[in-house]
Design a protein around this ligand. Structure first.
Ligand SMILES: *Cc1c(COP(=O)(O)O)cnc(C)c1O
Length: 379
Protein backbone atom coordinates (compact mmCIF):
# COMPACT_ATOMS: atom_id res chain seq x y z
CA UNK A 1 0.00 0.00 0.00
CA UNK A 2 1.16 3.53 -0.76
CA UNK A 3 1.11 6.26 1.88
CA UNK A 4 -2.21 7.91 0.93
CA UNK A 5 -3.94 4.53 1.11
CA UNK A 6 -2.24 3.52 4.35
CA UNK A 7 -3.34 6.63 6.26
CA UNK A 8 -6.95 5.69 5.57
CA UNK A 9 -6.86 1.88 5.69
CA UNK A 10 -3.82 0.47 7.53
CA UNK A 11 -4.78 -1.30 10.75
CA UNK A 12 -8.41 -0.26 10.41
CA UNK A 13 -11.20 -2.79 10.01
CA UNK A 14 -14.99 -2.41 10.16
CA UNK A 15 -16.26 -3.04 13.70
CA UNK A 16 -16.87 -6.79 13.96
CA UNK A 17 -20.14 -6.46 15.89
CA UNK A 18 -21.92 -3.71 13.87
CA UNK A 19 -19.92 -3.14 10.69
CA UNK A 20 -19.30 0.50 11.69
CA UNK A 21 -16.75 1.81 9.16
CA UNK A 22 -15.19 4.20 11.71
CA UNK A 23 -13.27 2.58 14.53
CA UNK A 24 -15.60 2.85 17.56
CA UNK A 25 -14.50 4.67 20.70
CA UNK A 26 -14.33 1.77 23.15
CA UNK A 27 -14.95 3.90 26.21
CA UNK A 28 -14.56 1.12 28.75
CA UNK A 29 -12.13 0.35 31.54
CA UNK A 30 -12.64 -3.42 31.63
CA UNK A 31 -14.04 -6.37 29.64
CA UNK A 32 -16.34 -9.16 30.82
CA UNK A 33 -14.79 -12.64 30.84
CA UNK A 34 -16.85 -15.72 29.87
CA UNK A 35 -15.09 -17.79 32.51
CA UNK A 36 -12.02 -17.04 34.63
CA UNK A 37 -9.21 -16.43 32.15
CA UNK A 38 -11.47 -16.93 29.09
CA UNK A 39 -11.87 -13.64 27.22
CA UNK A 40 -11.68 -12.07 23.75
CA UNK A 41 -8.10 -10.81 24.12
CA UNK A 42 -9.01 -7.80 26.25
CA UNK A 43 -8.86 -7.84 30.06
CA UNK A 44 -8.25 -4.31 31.30
CA UNK A 45 -8.03 -1.06 29.32
CA UNK A 46 -4.60 0.08 30.58
CA UNK A 47 -3.21 -3.11 29.04
CA UNK A 48 -5.17 -2.90 25.78
CA UNK A 49 -8.10 -1.20 24.10
CA UNK A 50 -9.43 -1.81 20.55
CA UNK A 51 -9.46 1.89 19.59
CA UNK A 52 -5.82 2.18 20.70
CA UNK A 53 -4.92 -1.07 18.90
CA UNK A 54 -6.23 0.32 15.60
CA UNK A 55 -4.20 3.52 16.02
CA UNK A 56 -1.04 1.65 17.03
CA UNK A 57 -1.30 -0.61 13.95
CA UNK A 58 -1.98 2.37 11.69
CA UNK A 59 1.01 4.37 12.99
CA UNK A 60 3.34 1.38 12.74
CA UNK A 61 2.32 0.95 9.08
CA UNK A 62 2.95 4.64 8.33
CA UNK A 63 6.49 4.38 9.73
CA UNK A 64 7.15 1.09 7.92
CA UNK A 65 7.49 -0.58 11.31
CA UNK A 66 6.06 -3.82 12.60
CA UNK A 67 5.15 -2.55 16.06
CA UNK A 68 3.51 0.54 17.47
CA UNK A 69 2.69 1.76 20.99
CA UNK A 70 0.81 4.89 21.97
CA UNK A 71 1.32 6.95 25.11
CA UNK A 72 -0.57 9.73 26.83
CA UNK A 73 1.82 12.38 25.43
CA UNK A 74 4.97 12.71 23.37
CA UNK A 75 6.98 13.09 26.56
CA UNK A 76 5.37 9.95 28.03
CA UNK A 77 6.59 8.11 24.91
CA UNK A 78 10.10 9.51 25.44
CA UNK A 79 9.89 8.60 29.13
CA UNK A 80 9.16 4.98 28.18
CA UNK A 81 12.14 4.88 25.81
CA UNK A 82 14.47 6.15 28.56
CA UNK A 83 13.16 3.53 30.98
CA UNK A 84 14.69 0.90 28.69
CA UNK A 85 18.03 2.08 30.13
CA UNK A 86 19.66 1.45 33.50
CA UNK A 87 21.58 3.51 36.02
CA UNK A 88 25.03 4.47 34.68
CA UNK A 89 24.04 4.23 31.00
CA UNK A 90 24.88 7.17 28.78
CA UNK A 91 22.66 8.88 26.24
CA UNK A 92 24.15 10.95 23.46
CA UNK A 93 21.63 13.51 22.24
CA UNK A 94 21.65 16.13 19.52
CA UNK A 95 21.90 19.53 21.18
CA UNK A 96 19.03 21.28 19.36
CA UNK A 97 16.02 19.46 20.79
CA UNK A 98 12.54 20.13 22.07
CA UNK A 99 12.78 21.95 25.42
CA UNK A 100 10.56 19.46 27.23
CA UNK A 101 12.76 16.57 26.09
CA UNK A 102 15.82 18.39 27.43
CA UNK A 103 14.02 18.98 30.75
CA UNK A 104 13.01 15.31 31.03
CA UNK A 105 16.58 14.21 30.34
CA UNK A 106 18.34 16.63 32.68
CA UNK A 107 15.85 17.25 35.47
CA UNK A 108 14.38 13.75 35.82
CA UNK A 109 16.55 11.00 34.39
CA UNK A 110 19.92 12.50 35.28
CA UNK A 111 18.80 12.41 38.92
CA UNK A 112 17.90 8.74 38.50
CA UNK A 113 21.41 7.89 37.30
CA UNK A 114 21.42 8.24 33.50
CA UNK A 115 24.08 10.45 31.91
CA UNK A 116 23.37 12.80 29.02
CA UNK A 117 25.68 14.51 26.60
CA UNK A 118 24.39 17.08 24.12
CA UNK A 119 26.39 17.33 20.93
CA UNK A 120 26.17 18.86 17.48
CA UNK A 121 25.81 15.97 15.05
CA UNK A 122 25.46 18.01 11.86
CA UNK A 123 28.82 16.44 11.08
CA UNK A 124 27.95 12.81 11.90
CA UNK A 125 31.59 11.70 11.92
CA UNK A 126 31.92 13.55 15.24
CA UNK A 127 29.74 10.85 16.81
CA UNK A 128 32.74 8.52 16.98
CA UNK A 129 34.49 11.01 19.33
CA UNK A 130 31.61 10.99 21.79
CA UNK A 131 30.53 7.34 21.93
CA UNK A 132 31.81 5.41 24.93
CA UNK A 133 31.32 1.81 26.07
CA UNK A 134 28.50 3.14 28.25
CA UNK A 135 26.59 4.87 25.43
CA UNK A 136 23.42 2.84 25.04
CA UNK A 137 21.22 5.30 23.18
CA UNK A 138 21.66 8.04 20.60
CA UNK A 139 18.76 10.51 20.56
CA UNK A 140 18.17 12.43 17.34
CA UNK A 141 15.71 15.16 16.48
CA UNK A 142 15.62 16.04 12.76
CA UNK A 143 14.49 18.56 11.63
CA UNK A 144 15.42 19.99 14.99
CA UNK A 145 13.56 22.41 17.16
CA UNK A 146 13.86 25.36 16.66
CA UNK A 147 16.97 25.67 14.47
CA UNK A 148 15.74 23.25 11.75
CA UNK A 149 19.05 21.40 11.66
CA UNK A 150 19.04 18.20 9.65
CA UNK A 151 20.99 15.20 10.94
CA UNK A 152 22.14 12.47 8.53
CA UNK A 153 20.17 9.50 9.84
CA UNK A 154 21.93 6.86 7.78
CA UNK A 155 25.40 7.99 8.89
CA UNK A 156 24.43 8.30 12.57
CA UNK A 157 22.68 4.92 12.67
CA UNK A 158 25.62 3.14 11.01
CA UNK A 159 28.15 4.61 13.49
CA UNK A 160 25.95 4.10 16.55
CA UNK A 161 25.25 0.49 15.65
CA UNK A 162 28.97 -0.20 15.20
CA UNK A 163 29.32 0.84 18.84
CA UNK A 164 26.34 -1.20 20.00
CA UNK A 165 24.08 1.78 20.76
CA UNK A 166 20.44 2.05 19.79
CA UNK A 167 19.19 5.07 17.87
CA UNK A 168 15.88 6.79 18.67
CA UNK A 169 14.59 9.49 16.32
CA UNK A 170 11.98 12.08 17.28
CA UNK A 171 10.12 12.30 13.95
CA UNK A 172 7.51 14.83 15.12
CA UNK A 173 8.50 17.66 12.76
CA UNK A 174 8.87 15.55 9.60
CA UNK A 175 5.99 13.11 10.17
CA UNK A 176 6.04 9.75 8.35
CA UNK A 177 4.75 11.56 5.25
CA UNK A 178 8.15 13.21 4.77
CA UNK A 179 10.61 10.86 6.46
CA UNK A 180 10.79 7.29 7.76
CA UNK A 181 13.76 7.04 10.16
CA UNK A 182 13.45 3.21 10.40
CA UNK A 183 14.40 3.02 6.70
CA UNK A 184 17.75 4.63 7.53
CA UNK A 185 18.36 2.27 10.46
CA UNK A 186 16.66 3.92 13.46
CA UNK A 187 15.69 1.38 16.11
CA UNK A 188 12.96 3.54 17.62
CA UNK A 189 10.82 6.26 16.05
CA UNK A 190 9.18 8.61 18.54
CA UNK A 191 6.29 11.01 17.89
CA UNK A 192 4.39 13.72 19.63
CA UNK A 193 1.06 12.87 17.97
CA UNK A 194 -0.16 16.12 19.51
CA UNK A 195 1.29 17.88 16.48
CA UNK A 196 0.88 16.91 12.79
CA UNK A 197 -0.49 13.40 13.36
CA UNK A 198 -3.48 14.69 15.32
CA UNK A 199 -3.26 17.82 13.21
CA UNK A 200 -6.15 19.79 14.70
CA UNK A 201 -4.73 21.07 18.01
CA UNK A 202 -7.32 19.13 19.99
CA UNK A 203 -5.41 16.24 21.56
CA UNK A 204 -2.17 15.41 23.43
CA UNK A 205 -0.57 12.06 22.62
CA UNK A 206 2.69 10.25 21.86
CA UNK A 207 3.85 7.11 20.09
CA UNK A 208 6.86 4.82 19.67
CA UNK A 209 7.29 2.67 16.56
CA UNK A 210 9.88 -0.08 16.04
CA UNK A 211 10.83 -3.14 14.03
CA UNK A 212 12.78 -4.61 16.96
CA UNK A 213 10.66 -7.27 18.64
CA UNK A 214 12.66 -7.31 21.87
CA UNK A 215 12.45 -3.52 22.28
CA UNK A 216 8.74 -3.67 21.45
CA UNK A 217 8.09 -6.29 24.15
CA UNK A 218 10.00 -4.26 26.72
CA UNK A 219 8.20 -1.04 25.78
CA UNK A 220 4.83 -2.77 25.84
CA UNK A 221 5.66 -3.98 29.33
CA UNK A 222 6.53 -0.39 30.32
CA UNK A 223 3.36 0.98 28.70
CA UNK A 224 1.29 -1.28 30.95
CA UNK A 225 3.55 -1.22 34.01
CA UNK A 226 3.93 2.57 34.15
CA UNK A 227 0.47 3.28 32.79
CA UNK A 228 0.86 6.44 30.68
CA UNK A 229 -1.74 5.31 28.13
CA UNK A 230 -4.00 7.52 26.00
CA UNK A 231 -7.77 7.33 26.37
CA UNK A 232 -9.96 5.85 23.61
CA UNK A 233 -11.52 9.20 22.65
CA UNK A 234 -8.06 10.66 22.06
CA UNK A 235 -7.09 7.59 20.00
CA UNK A 236 -10.19 8.16 17.87
CA UNK A 237 -9.26 11.82 17.32
CA UNK A 238 -5.75 10.93 16.19
CA UNK A 239 -7.07 8.17 13.91
CA UNK A 240 -9.38 10.73 12.35
CA UNK A 241 -6.63 13.33 12.03
CA UNK A 242 -4.28 10.86 10.31
CA UNK A 243 -6.79 10.19 7.52
CA UNK A 244 -5.88 13.60 6.02
CA UNK A 245 -2.19 13.65 7.04
CA UNK A 246 -0.95 13.42 3.44
CA UNK A 247 -3.12 16.25 2.07
CA UNK A 248 -2.40 18.45 5.08
CA UNK A 249 1.35 17.89 4.88
CA UNK A 250 1.37 18.69 1.16
CA UNK A 251 -0.17 22.09 1.87
CA UNK A 252 1.98 22.72 4.98
CA UNK A 253 5.08 22.18 2.81
CA UNK A 254 3.84 24.34 -0.08
CA UNK A 255 2.91 27.21 2.23
CA UNK A 256 6.15 27.01 4.23
CA UNK A 257 8.23 27.07 1.04
CA UNK A 258 6.43 30.22 -0.14
CA UNK A 259 6.83 31.90 3.25
CA UNK A 260 10.51 30.93 3.44
CA UNK A 261 11.10 32.61 0.04
CA UNK A 262 9.14 35.66 1.16
CA UNK A 263 11.19 35.98 4.36
CA UNK A 264 14.53 35.41 2.60
CA UNK A 265 13.88 38.46 0.41
CA UNK A 266 12.43 40.61 3.21
CA UNK A 267 14.74 43.57 4.00
CA UNK A 268 14.20 43.36 7.78
CA UNK A 269 14.86 39.63 8.08
CA UNK A 270 18.36 38.46 8.88
CA UNK A 271 18.44 34.64 8.73
CA UNK A 272 15.82 32.13 7.67
CA UNK A 273 16.14 28.56 8.92
CA UNK A 274 14.27 26.19 6.59
CA UNK A 275 15.75 22.95 5.23
CA UNK A 276 14.12 23.57 1.84
CA UNK A 277 16.30 26.61 1.13
CA UNK A 278 19.34 25.63 -0.99
CA UNK A 279 21.53 27.83 1.26
CA UNK A 280 20.53 25.82 4.37
CA UNK A 281 23.74 24.12 5.60
CA UNK A 282 22.14 20.65 5.63
CA UNK A 283 20.00 21.06 2.49
CA UNK A 284 21.68 18.12 0.70
CA UNK A 285 21.02 15.76 3.62
CA UNK A 286 17.41 16.94 3.75
CA UNK A 287 17.01 16.19 0.04
CA UNK A 288 18.44 12.72 0.59
CA UNK A 289 16.33 11.56 3.53
CA UNK A 290 13.15 13.66 3.28
CA UNK A 291 10.41 13.73 0.66
CA UNK A 292 9.66 17.41 1.35
CA UNK A 293 10.79 20.04 3.83
CA UNK A 294 7.88 20.41 6.23
CA UNK A 295 5.81 23.23 7.64
CA UNK A 296 8.16 24.55 10.34
CA UNK A 297 10.59 27.40 9.93
CA UNK A 298 12.41 29.97 12.07
CA UNK A 299 13.86 33.37 11.31
CA UNK A 300 15.68 36.24 13.01
CA UNK A 301 15.37 39.98 12.50
CA UNK A 302 18.17 42.32 11.54
CA UNK A 303 19.56 44.43 14.37
CA UNK A 304 19.06 41.61 16.89
CA UNK A 305 16.81 43.69 19.15
CA UNK A 306 14.51 41.69 21.40
CA UNK A 307 11.80 44.40 21.29
CA UNK A 308 11.53 44.13 17.46
CA UNK A 309 10.89 40.40 17.77
CA UNK A 310 8.32 40.92 20.52
CA UNK A 311 6.54 43.49 18.32
CA UNK A 312 6.20 41.01 15.46
CA UNK A 313 4.93 38.36 17.88
CA UNK A 314 2.17 40.60 19.19
CA UNK A 315 1.22 42.12 15.80
CA UNK A 316 0.26 39.07 13.76
CA UNK A 317 -3.49 38.54 13.29
CA UNK A 318 -3.68 35.16 11.54
CA UNK A 319 -0.59 33.61 13.13
CA UNK A 320 -1.71 32.93 16.69
CA UNK A 321 0.85 33.41 19.47
CA UNK A 322 0.97 29.96 21.04
CA UNK A 323 3.18 27.02 21.90
CA UNK A 324 2.80 23.78 19.95
CA UNK A 325 2.72 23.22 16.20
CA UNK A 326 1.38 21.02 13.45
CA UNK A 327 -2.27 22.07 13.49
CA UNK A 328 -4.19 23.32 10.45
CA UNK A 329 -3.95 26.89 11.80
CA UNK A 330 -0.73 28.90 11.71
CA UNK A 331 1.10 29.61 14.95
CA UNK A 332 3.93 31.96 15.84
CA UNK A 333 6.22 31.41 18.79
CA UNK A 334 9.24 32.77 20.59
CA UNK A 335 11.45 29.84 21.66
CA UNK A 336 13.51 31.87 24.16
CA UNK A 337 10.48 32.77 26.28
CA UNK A 338 8.15 29.89 25.36
CA UNK A 339 9.10 26.36 24.23
CA UNK A 340 12.76 26.63 25.22
CA UNK A 341 12.45 28.75 28.36
CA UNK A 342 13.37 25.65 30.41
CA UNK A 343 16.86 25.69 28.84
CA UNK A 344 19.24 28.13 30.62
CA UNK A 345 20.06 31.29 28.59
CA UNK A 346 23.80 30.53 28.22
CA UNK A 347 22.97 27.02 27.05
CA UNK A 348 20.37 28.42 24.60
CA UNK A 349 22.73 30.97 23.11
CA UNK A 350 25.56 28.46 22.77
CA UNK A 351 23.19 26.60 20.46
CA UNK A 352 22.53 29.65 18.30
CA UNK A 353 19.08 30.13 19.78
CA UNK A 354 19.03 33.92 19.87
CA UNK A 355 16.48 36.00 21.77
CA UNK A 356 15.23 37.40 18.44
CA UNK A 357 14.51 34.00 16.95
CA UNK A 358 10.88 33.62 15.84
CA UNK A 359 9.42 30.21 15.02
CA UNK A 360 6.49 29.63 12.67
CA UNK A 361 4.25 26.61 12.40
CA UNK A 362 2.84 27.31 8.95
CA UNK A 363 -0.76 26.17 8.70
CA UNK A 364 -2.84 25.25 5.67
CA UNK A 365 -4.62 28.61 5.22
CA UNK A 366 -4.16 30.60 2.00
CA UNK A 367 -0.45 31.37 1.58
CA UNK A 368 -1.10 34.93 0.34
CA UNK A 369 -3.09 35.76 3.47
CA UNK A 370 -0.30 34.34 5.64
CA UNK A 371 2.35 36.41 3.84
CA UNK A 372 0.28 39.63 4.11
CA UNK A 373 -0.08 38.96 7.83
CA UNK A 374 3.69 38.63 8.26
CA UNK A 375 4.28 41.67 6.06
CA UNK A 376 2.10 43.92 8.22
CA UNK A 377 3.52 42.47 11.46
CA UNK A 378 7.18 42.85 10.48
CA UNK A 379 6.35 46.33 9.15
C1 LIG B 1 5.69 18.68 21.40
C2 LIG B 1 6.92 17.89 21.17
C3 LIG B 1 7.31 16.88 22.04
C4 LIG B 1 6.52 16.56 23.30
O1 LIG B 1 5.27 16.04 23.00
P1 LIG B 1 3.98 16.25 23.97
O2 LIG B 1 2.91 15.56 23.20
O3 LIG B 1 3.78 17.72 24.11
O4 LIG B 1 4.32 15.60 25.25
C5 LIG B 1 8.44 16.15 21.75
N1 LIG B 1 9.19 16.43 20.65
C6 LIG B 1 8.86 17.41 19.79
C7 LIG B 1 9.72 17.67 18.60
C8 LIG B 1 7.72 18.18 20.02
O5 LIG B 1 7.42 19.16 19.17
Amino acid sequence: MKFATKVIHAGIHPDPTTGAIMTPIYQTSTYVQEAPGRHKGYEYARTSNPTRDALQANLAALENCRYGLCFSSGLAATDAVLKLLSKGDEVLSTSDIYGGTYRLFVKVFERLGLRFRFVDLQNPARLADYLTAKTKLVWIETPSNPMMQIIDLEAVCTLAHQHGAYVAVDNTFATPYLQNPAEWGADLVVHSATKYLGGHSDVVMGAVLTNNEELYERLKFLQNACGAVPGPMDCFLVLRGIKTLHVRMQRHCENAEKIADFLVSHPKVEDVFYPGIPAHPNHAVARKQMRGFGGMLSFTLKGNRMEDALKVLSNTRLFALAESLGGVESLIGHPATMTHASIPKEERESRGLRDTLIRLSVGIEDADDLMSDLEQAIG
